[in-house]
Write a protein that binds this ligand. Sequence first.
Ligand code: TRP
Ligand code: SF4
Length: 327
Amino acid sequence: MKKRILSGMRPTGKLHLGHLMGALNNWVKLQDEYLCFYMIADWHALMSEYEDPKNLKESCYEMVRDFVACGLDPEKSVIFVQSHVPEHLELAMIFSDITPLAWVERVPTYKEQLREVKGRDLTTYGFLGYPVLQAADIAVYRANAVPVGVDQVPHLELTREIVRRFNGLYKTGLFPEPDAILTKTSKLLGLDNRKMSKSYNNFILLSDTPDAIRKKVSVMITDAERIKLRDRGHPDICNVFSYYAGFAKPDHAPKVRGWCEGASKGCTECKKALAEIVIESLEPIRARRAKMSDDEVEDIIRKGAKKARDAASETMREVKKLINFLQ
Ligand code: TRP
Ligand code: SF4
């Protein structure tokens, strides 16, 4: 039996290069070695978007398109929408009963988000339980591993504590303690050198047209000390250069270093060449996306929900036996 993986993303709009380099490429690679459950976490999205959820449905559709276009294979992996599997909530309820309040209150992301997220009131009952639901997402598939970025490590640590407590209380080995598969933090920053993020509007979407990509790349910040063509540049501090390292063929980056340090080509030209490379490497994704009909998307969602529910309800039967629920 293959080991299992679960991971998820909140549907907050179309995906960008940061998602691709920071997570999806890695998810694609894991598909052969593991049985993978890839989830669109709409309940988690609602926790912050509850005042204005108008884009949720469309974001779920777009996320399925992006997932499949990037190479997640619905024949190999289970691609599903979280709220189509109510078993997550059942397990989250049971986990709530065994999770001491202090454990959730001390999760660092909780305090941080309360402090930093502006324009939304996150002082809700649901939001405090964010990592408990996340623990249930993982445990309901008895996942052995979770590919995540470093920012999610505290949540995974809490998941391990909760399942350990469950296993201890009910003298069972039902839940494995999941390991983090850390995705190396993507070196790809946004167009303005900050983290690529929807809220900074500094991203390149996987679904952007070639012209949109050209426009976006042309405004990327370069080595600030290179003002004239004759100034020698410093590729190692230039974000444009790190994109070359991420996208271009291996022999390309040395060439760019040469023209940058040798001051033989200017930044405008350098960015023009980069835009074409990004366009070319996104071409298969764009093509796959364009080929996907609404029916195909619906079909993936429907079949994913069925497979996910089958796996989740099997776990819940065992859980209910252990806690002596009348079934
Ligand atoms: N919290 C994750 C994020 O914001 C999304 C998520 C929800 C998740 N449930 C999960 C990730 C379970 C991994 C496993 O990105
Ligand atoms: Fe950056 Fe290219 Fe300009 Fe060098 S030439 S500073 S790598 S944009």
